[in-house]
Design a protein around this ligand. Structure first.
Ligand code: TYM
Length: 387
């Protein structure tokens, strides 16, 4: 049994590769040894950030490690930096882009550097995906455009792709790798004797960017990536760096129902960032609903917003206004609002979000060089590490 997710005693599993079943986030926090963001920490965070964000307020980002220390370092002037990433296995869906929009917001509030890792190596090594290296390199470039379209500040953001930037990462990766033995990663990641040796080494590479600066690093991501940070935190100090801090999000539920996560192998379960309004409408229209089988019954018994994917998506990301959201919830429960009406509200929001995102993405190609490894930030970073 691996230590970060097991179907043996529960009905769900969360690993960096799969999310199955209905996730019990409280149990997960216990299993992973992270902490729930409590009201006090939330209030402090919002006050230091100088602005609230619905992803925080609604506890979509719900768990953390050392977030309080990040705030201490920020307030004392030591500062911190942000790190997040993407495994370029194909086009990005809406779930994938949420941590980037949130990271962009954090950058904007705290004016800190952001490092974004594109793991073309990782997605090539995951054999079951059947991708060759040319594919994952190409997806890195495509995904970088979506990431840029989230609005990062080019003066403070460095986007890099492992197969390109490896020369600069390798010396740190070696120091990490020498500290981590096979039985440890086997326990954490569930590797077997059949796992290819590239994947066994790979965790060292995902840890490297958390050591890019001699400051505390804050990693915003969904909680599936947590196993890497656990290893990082066990070795960072012995290498003369800080333990990385994390802020973990829940998973945007798939359109097919409140179980598991959106998956490239089930395209109907996700909305992609390139989907056109017609596709958005069709997919949301077919989404799992918490409504009753007939209008009459719905009016009489009301719907269940807790399992209604359209409502859940509005809650998760697409309706930032709490009072509007509350009204939708109440009207739905009371049977005043029908499932189709809820879906139409979401369709409009998603279509508008995608239209704006796609518009910005068109310009992103021109901006790419500002974020890539020839940028000023990269040079500064290199000097800090090697001089
Ligand atoms: P990847 O490409 O699987 O996921 C990219 C980011 O999206 C998050 N995520 C989700 N968030 C909300 N709802 C969902 N349904 C959902 N599905 C995925 C992931 O947690 C992640 O934040 N190995 C990583 C790449 C990576 C990375 C990192 C990620 C390298 N360094 C540092 C985070 C932080 C991967 O394959 O991510």
């Amino acid at each position: 049994m691996n230590i970060f997710g097991s179907k043996n005693n529960g009905d769900f599993m969360v690993t960096p590769w799969t999310v199955e079943g209905e996730v019990d986030y409280n149990k997960l926090v216990e299993k992973f040894g992270t902490s729930i963001i409590d009201d006090r920490l939330m209030e402090r965070f919002v006050s230091v950030a100088g602005e609230d964000h619905h992803l925080l307020r609604r506890r979509i980002f719900f768990s953390h490690r050392d977030l309080d220390r990040i705030l201490d370092d920020y307030e004392s002037g030591k500062g911190f930096f942000l790190y997040t990433g993407r495994g370029p296995s194909g086009p990005m869906h809406i779930g994938h882009i949420i941590p980037f929009y949130f990271t962009r917001w954090l950058q904007d509030r705290f004016k800190v550097n952001v490092y974004i890792q594109l793991t073309d190596d990782e997605k090539f090594l995951e054999e079951s995906r059947g991708l060759n290296l040319e594919d994952t390199v190409r997806w890195s470039n495509e995904n970088a455009l979506d990431i840029i379209a989230s609005g990062f500040d080019p003066d403070r953001t460095f986007i890099f792709q492992d197969t390109e930037y490896i020369k600069n990462m390798y010396p740190i990766a070696l120091r990490v790798a020498r500290k981590v033995n096979f039985s440890w990663v086997r326990a954490v990641f569930g590797f077997t004797y059949e796992t290819n040796i590239g994947l066994i080494f790979y965790p060292a590479l995902q840890i490297v960017p958390s050591l890019f600066e001699k400051k505390r690093c804050l990693i915003p991501a969904a909680i599936d990536q947590d196993p890497y940070w656990r290893v990082q935190r066990d070795i960072a100090e012995s290498l003369g760096y800080y333990k990385a801090a994390q802020i973990h999000s829940k998973f945007l539920p798939p359109l097919t129902g409140p179980v598991g996560k959106m998956s490239a192998s089930k395209p109907e379960s996700a909305i992609y960032l390139h989907d056109d309004p017609k596709t958005v409408r069709k997919k949301i229209w077919q989404a799992y609903s918490g409504g009753q089988p007939t209008v009459e019954l719905h009016r009489k018994l009301g719907g269940n917003p807790e399992v209604d994917v359209a409502f859940q998506w509005l809650y998760f990301f697409f309706e930032p206004d709490d009072s509007k959201l509350k009204k939708l919830e109440e009207d739905y429960r009371a049977g005043k609002l029908l499932s189709g009406e809820m879906k139409n509200i979401l369709i409009e929001k998603v279509a508008e979000f995608l239209e704006e995102h796609q518009e910005r993405r068109k310009e992103a190609k021109e901006l790419l060089h500002l974020f890539k490894y020839d940028g000023e930030l990269a040079r500064e970073m290199w000097k800090k590490i090697y001089k």
